[in-house]
Design a protein around this ligand. Structure first.
Ligand SMILES: NC(=O)c1ccc[n+]([C@@H]2O[C@H](COP(=O)([O-])OP(=O)(O)OC[C@H]3O[C@@H](n4cnc5c(N)ncnc54)[C@H](O)[C@@H]3O)[C@@H](O)[C@H]2O)c1
Length: 405
């Protein structure tokens, strides 16, 4: 398959930033947009003939969707997480997945800091009181964050940046991560989650969405938290037990909470938000807006659209979430064979012997593997016959072959 740029059909769902649309239109692609998430059946209906699909966190790209997507070349997740996409089925069908792992890190960190200060100062209650006409200057239960301890669970892109900024506010930072992580500033690593919970006035979750994290923070963990401590979750909704959080807030054990992500989130604007956390004092509820700033959305839009265009135009897979990462400058005046294959011995030798058999000269070549799959870029002279492509496609290890001009 040789992709003709003015025939590339792009389907962007969930209100993706206009910067993505203009970046893809600059490439000459035909872009269709939908302002909301589509469910599995709706997406199956729309996916036929689409080469590039753009989604955010609410659209599930399941094995069924991928099976119906015979023209699909790549998926852009215009967000941080990619667990809404069946990555291994996508790889097995030769569909590359790209996301924006760093574009909204700062936005999440700033929201977390704002909430830590607002909850510690009980701004939520003072604000609600004032709107109800109540003038209450009492300092009871209001604290400075300076000198208080912050426990960060998950010390990745967001956790580490929060660590640095919280220390600048005078907080003592503890962190717990299941992986080995470089400690920044004066933060202290905890060997166990319990150690972190026992040491923290504020506990904030920034773990990733791996399936093993489902419900990992429940009754036992809330019970371990300090009396009058605060809890924040801006990571994934399914990682905490909301009923347990409610119990600890209602009993007064926890002094407040901020929650941005929920196990069941409304699909669109105007749909009712249902949660056991509604109506509780000193609880800040936000509609999954941790990364939703104009700065982050613009950055994500341009970043992911750029990755899709580079993949279509050059076969470049740098930062792909499911295929081996390769970037190879293309020799001028060559065609590029983009070969996705099962990672088995002898594939490179077979490809090169087919090329040699038909007197096709290799001008540049790069191979990388990732788990079950291999990704091979081969730049060849333009003088090749269709039979070469037919033979490469017929190899039993070939998942997909594409030619880039
Ligand atoms: N609220 C929002 O709008 C919003 C925006 C962006 C990101 N997020 C979410 O924030 C989370 C963090 O993002 P990131 O970019 O920092 O991710 P990241 O992958 O850089 O960091 C996650 C860290 O958590 C650690 N971890 C995973 N499971 C753990 C566990 N059970 N206990 C301790 N550590 C664990 C990992 O080792 C890793 O260091 C993700 O879940 C992401 O989806 C939410």
């Amino acid at each position: 398959m040789m992709i003709d740029h003015d025939k590339v059909r792009v389907l962007l769902l969930e209100n993706i930033h206009p910067d993505a649309v203009s970046r893809l239109e600059t490439e000459g692609y035909h872009v269709e947009t939908v302002g909301r998430a589509l469910d599995e059946d709706e997406l199956i209906e729309r996916i036929d003939g689409v080469q590039l699909l753009g989604i955010r966190s609410k659209t599930q790209v399941t094995a069924r969707v991928l099976e119906a997507a015979s023209d699909l070349v790549a998926i852009g997740a215009f967000c941080i997480g990619t667990d809404q996409i069946d990555l291994s089925v996508a790889a097995a069908r030769g569909v590359a997945v790209f996301n924006a792992p760093f574009s909204n890190t700062r936005s999440v960190v700033e929201l977390a800091l704002a909430e830590i200060i607002a909850l510690t100062r009980r701004l939520t209650e003072k604000n609600a009181g004032m709107h109800a006409g109540v003038w209450d200057k009492a300092a009871d239960g209001s604290h400075e964050v300076r000198g208080r301890s912050l426990g960060i669970v998950g010390y990745g892109n967001i956790g580490t940046q929060l660590s640095v900024l919280a220390e600048n506010l005078g907080m003592r930072v503890y962190f717990y991560d299941t992986a080995d992580k470089l400690t920044l500033g004066n933060a202290q690593r905890c060997g166990t989650l319990d150690e972190l919970l026992e040491n923290s006035d504020v506990v904030t979750l920034h773990v990733d969405g791996r399936p093993g994290n489902s419900g990992f923070f429940g009754e036992a963990q809330f019970a371990r938290m300090r009396d009058q401590s605060l809890f924040l979750n801006l990571s994934r909704g399914f990682v905490i037990d909301h009923a347990a959080l409610r119990r600890h807030l209602v009993s007064g054990h926890l002094a407040g909470a901020a929650v941005d992500v929920f196990p069941e989130e409304p699909k669109g604007r105007g749909d009712e938000f249902v949660s056991e956390l509604r109506g509780l004092p000193n609880v800040i509820l936000t509609p999954h807006i941790g990364g939703s700033t104009e700065e982050a959305q613009a950055d994500i839009g341009g970043f992911v659209a750029g990755k899709l265009a580079q993949f279509v135009g050059e076969g470049n897979t740098t930062l792909s979430s499911n295929l081996p990462a390769i970037a190879l400058p293309q020799q001028p005046g060559t065609y590029r064979l983009v070969h996705i294959h099962r990672n088995m011995p002898g594939v490179l030798a077979q490809v090169n012997s087919i090329l040699a058999e038909h007197s096709v000269n290799v001008e540049g070549q790069l191979l990388s593997t990732r788990g079950e799959f291999g990704y091979l870029l081969t730049d060849i002279g333009i003088d090749y016959s269709e039979i070469v492509l037919t033979k490469l496609r017929a190899m039993k290890e070939t998942v997909r072959l594409r030619v880039v001009r």
